[in-house]
Design a protein around this ligand. Sequence first.
Ligand SMILES: Cc1ncc(COP(=O)(O)O)c(C=O)c1O
Length: 396
Amino acid sequence: MSTWIERESNVYMRAGGRRLKATIVRGAGARVWDDAGKEYLDFIGGWAVTNLGHCHPAITQAIVQQAQTLLTTSNDLYTIPQVELAELLIQQSCLDRIFFANSGAEANEGAVKLVRKWGKINRNGAYEIITALHSFHGRTLSMVPATGKPEGRAPYEPVPAGFVNVEFDDIAAIKGATTAQTVAVMLEPVQGEGGVNIPSDDYLRQVRAWCDQQGLLLILDEVQTGFGRLGTLFGYQQFGVEPDVMTLAKGLGGGVPIAALMAKEHAAVFQPGDHGSTFGGNPLVCAAALASTRYMVEHNIPQHARKVGDYFLGQLRRLEDTYDIVKEVRGRGMLLALEFQENCAMEVVTNCLQKGLILNPVADNAIRFMPPLIVTEAEVDEAVGILDAALKDKTA
Ligand SMILES: Cc1ncc(COP(=O)(O)O)c(C=O)c1O
C-alpha cells in the first residue's frame, strides 16, 4: 500500500515543490496531527492563515451554520454575511469601500485594475506601478512582474508591462523611478516571503508623503501582514500611514479562501461591470471571515500577538547568543525570522519536523515563524526547545 506522499507524486503538478514530508489530517489550536497520529506544533500556521489557530470553534460553528443555510448565490444578489463582513472591515480600517475576491493574488490583480482605471481618469492614462525588490504579490501573470524577483520571470515572458521594481526601504529609489507614467506605489508594510524584511520606521511615511506630493496612489499589500500578524489589526497602523488601496487575504478567513480589495472613496473608481467574481465573497466564506474577524477584534488578538511575539523574539535572541551559526533574528509581532551564517535552513527545518515542529525555510539561509496568533508562551517555549535541540544537532 503506497503512502499518500507517493500517491500525490503520481498525480499532482510539481508546481509548489512540497518540502515537508508529512500528511496532515487534523488540526486544533497551534497543533496538527499527521496520518500516523504524530503531533506537531504548527509554526507556519497554514502560511500565516490560521491566525486564531486550527479549527477555532467560533469559525467552524459559523461555517457549519452557514453551510446548512446558504452556501452561495450569484453576486447579482445581496447576502447578509457579505454586507456584515464589509461593514465590519470598513469600520475597523481607514478604507471606505470593499470588494471580495478569493486569493491574495486575485485581490492584487483587482488593485492593479483599479489604479489603472484611476490613472486613466486622473493622471492622463498613467499606468505604471512601482513595487519593491524581494516583494511577493502572488503567482498570477501580472503578479509575476509585480513581484520583485526578476530572475523568476523568464519562463512566462512576455509578462504584462507596467511594473518597475526598486530597492525596498529606499525612498530615493522610488523617487528616481517615478515618471509621468507612474500611477501608484505598491508595497508590503513588512516583506514576508522576501525573508521578513522590516523597513526603517519612517520609510512608509516618506513613501506616503511622496505619493501625496506627486499625486500617486499608495497600495499596501497586507495579504500577509493583515489580521494581527504584526501586532495590530492591520500593518499600516504600526507605521503612521494610511493607504489609498489595501489588499487582504490569508488571515481574513482563518482558513477559508477569501480575499479583499479595499479602497478609499477617492480611489474606488470601479463602476458596475468593471470587476467581478463568481465565488468572491460568497455567504460561506463571508460567514467564516465575519466570525474570525469579530473574535479577533472582541478578544484583542493583535495585542496578544504583540505580547507573545515579543516574548518569542526574546527567546530566539537567546539562541542567537548561544549559536555562532545564527547570524540574525528579526521580526515584528508574530512574523519572525532567524537567519543563518550558511545555507542550512532546510536541514534544520527537516530536523525540527522530525522532532514535531513545523517551520518554513523562507530562504536557503533563513527560517520564518508565523504561528497562530493565539499561541501561548508555553507553546513558544516548546517550539524554541525543539529548535534549540536541532541547532545543537547541527553544531555537534
Ligand atoms: C504579501 C503577499 N501578497 C500576496 C500573496 C499571494 O496570496 P495568494 O497565495 O492567496 O494568492 C502572498 C502569499 O504569500 C503574500 O504574502
